[in-house]
Unconditional design. Structure first.
Length: 128
């Protein structure tokens, strides 16, 4: 499976996926975006990344797509020098994110990419 960065040509498909994700959650995309996006812009001194609107269409679930996407996102976060990545998740999403090393917080999950000394942690990311 090949994971590639999204391009402008993907925007309509990504918008459709985002709408489908919020429909499954029983929310309107606009209301959901504003609520979830606010958490993505938390100020801090440590470089952080936020994975927003992670979604796999139902017909692709159970085939390693989500694992491959998470591995690619974590690799990109490391490449950009992020110290940690965060995301909000559903109960159904936790088993997808936990094997990648994300741990639960109050209402989100987090993956620490570096320890306090700044050393990189190779993590436990395994697509699949």
């Amino acid at each position: 499976m090949r994971v590639r960065p999204a391009t402008r040509q993907d925007s309509l498909t990504l918008a459709d996926f985002r709408g489908a994700m919020f429909a499954e959650l029983g929310e309107s995309p606009a209301a959901g975006f504003e609520r979830h996006a606010a958490a993505a812009f938390v100020a801090g001194f440590e470089p952080k990344g936020y994975l927003l609107n992670v979604y796999t269409v139902p017909r692709c679930r159970g085939h390693g797509v989500a694992g491959a996407l998470m591995a690619a996102a974590v690799a990109r976060g490391r490449e950009l020098g992020m110290a940690r990545l965060r995301l909000h998740t559903t109960v159904q999403g936790r088993p997808v994110h936990a094997p990648a090393g994300f741990t639960p917080r109050q209402d989100e999950m987090e993956l620490v990419l570096t320890d306090r000394s700044g050393a990189s942690d190779p993590g436990r990311v395994h697509p699949g």
